[in-house]
Design a protein around this ligand. Sequence first.
Ligand code: GDP
Ligand code: MG
Length: 752
Amino acid sequence: MFTKWRIFAVNHQRTFSVHLNTMCYCKIKANLKRLKTQLPLTRNYSSAPGIAGSDVKSLHSVINPPVAKIRNIGIMAHIDAGKTTTTERILYYSGYTRSLGDVDDGDTVTDFMAQERERGITIQSAAVTLDWKGYRVNLIDTPGHVDFTLEVERCLRVLDGAVAVFDASAGVEAQTLTVWRQADKHKIPRICFLNKMDKTGASFNYAVESIREKLKAKPLILQLPIGEARTFQGVVDVVNKEKLLWNSNSDDGKDFERMPLSEASDRELLKETIEARNSLIEQLQAAVHRVTLAQAAVPVLCGSALKNKGVQPLLDAVTTYLPSPEEREDRFLQWYEGDLCALAFKVLHDKQRGPLVFLRIYSGTLTPQLAVHNINRNCTERMSRLLLPFADQHVEIPSLTAGNIALTVGLKQTATGDTIVSSKSSALAAARRAGRGEREHGKKREAESLLLAGVEVPEPVFFCTIEPPSVAKQPDLDHALERLQREDPSLKVKLDPDSGQTVLCGMGELHIEIIHDRIKREYGLETYLGPLQVAYRETILNSVRATDTLDRVLGDKRHLVSAELEVRPAEEPCAVAKIEYADCVGEDLLQASREAIESAVHSACLQGPLLGSPVQDVAMTLHSLMIHPGTSTTMVTACISRCMQKALKKADKQVLEPLMSLEVTVSREYLSPVLADLAQRRGNIQEIQTRQDNRVVLGFVPLAEIMGYSTVLRTLTSGSATFALELSTYQAMSPQDQSALLNQRSGLAHVL
Ligand code: GDP
Ligand code: MG
């Protein structure tokens, strides 16, 4: 152990001194202060005198605090509600940073990717470890942009609690609702922070009402604001009946008057009173903690991150009301019986260190140089180093226990969402225990239950071609894309079978733009993007039969298959085609070729006859199948696939387009131009709400019509409006719109 620290100190003096500056446990400070003064700032550390093994031991206990003192917390919100600013203040008050970062100046710690600094939004979740009044807080800054919903989900999976930040002048906004639902899904206890209490239009009551009405949550008012908007000065701690004023010269005579018991004459009484009061408050707090944990209610606090008010009590609330890792149950963990089990929730590529994998440790202990087994990929690999994540600075550590967030170096195969255990045999042992447990409950397959519940990857809605600067650079581009995909499973890369071009599929315009940007910055490749295209779907409107026969002699073998099948619209929406077999298809035959048939049907549905888009909501019935003995399954697949394509082609076809739900918040005077513009975009307005001086337009609009909307909206409203978009469903295009699209795709638009 001691040696490890020594090696680390010699090789990483810079990082070491970061650690010295930022950890705020008194104990670590005292120990490290000694170490620091004893540590000459040269590479010749090994000669530093007077370092005892006990120093190192106490460092270990500080690095791994008792699990009850750990809080794995996320901050979630609508974009611009102030997540990043709040995070920065938290880092500042915890002693983690020495100066206040400012999103508007682009120098925050958590938004460390260059694009984030420029755009002032959070894209990648950076995990940050800090200490607050004896608690270890692992803070994961989650992105608020809808293009990055997957990032948010992935973070939620590893959290034990979350702080929902609201703009107190806007209350619950569209994206908050989305993230709130995701947090419900992952059963994450929350507290609410009504930020921007200083802003014009800020209203505590309005925001609380919107939590009640829109989120259907029960607010527990733990604080009241003192003043609102311009007059906001601080908060009242309702539980302790304390007034917290951040502005010392704002004594307005409203101070709570109380006759204190006299120290001298009421000594005993005073002591009893204080004890009684403390235990009452403890009970109150325990009760709030309990209902928060059960998600029966959400504690509500307020403040202004920008004006530096209310953030310290927020941190207190995080440690008092949100749960520790051991208070959260994860059923399958018992099967590991203390063996290592961790979830990779984030992969980043570092130029010097290669892939960095963020792990949430659910059970067991991680140490550097440990060989681990990846269940998803069925491979074993070795991590080299273990770090505590301090945003873009990382501190090397000798071990980390369950409940913590770790950053590992050296895992080259692991991708976002993978489950990591100590060895294959440990996984098998857990599988056996799980198997027993599951059989008792009559549940699922064993292997599946061992994977930490992953995150659903949404289907991309946009795609475009991407080309390297020269053919010689194609391998570099492939390499870059492969890495980016390991970091971000919502990025899909395909090869266009017709043109041979590489195609990027993503969640939104910003998503693809950022990937493009990162390829340039991080891999030094200037790539060219084709026009951004909407990912359509196709379906059919009537049922059609088709037959096909494949007869081929390869070598001395005859391959003969003939099939008759029927395609029809499925009764219920389904992404993959439903397959049925008519009675006359023999059981034996089916047994032998079921897999070939299924893969044929699925591959035929990948590229529909209209636009080459995936075909959905169809069902297929195989009416007859004849296979000559000795025919290979490849031939069976080829025949069925061709027959299926034939049938789809004959049917009446329909293009389905992604329909987005849209929320635009705009000041009253700009409402009409926004509505007029939406009407031209085939928008369908559902509701217009009043939010103080603003109007909130809720509706649906086809994705194809809303490209570049942020620029248009800025121009229309002099920059005063904000909007949020989310995929709602795929809807049938009208015959006119469909034929316009098809003409455009086939190049007819240019001719006419
Ligand atoms: P995020 O998108 O949720 O990360 O929000 P940011 O922290 O980037 O903040 C968005 C904008 O709101 C920035 O211009 C901030 O300066 C501003 N902002 C953040 N907190 C406050 C606050 O408490 N009061 C006011 N008036 N503005 C704030
Ligand atoms: Mg941000």
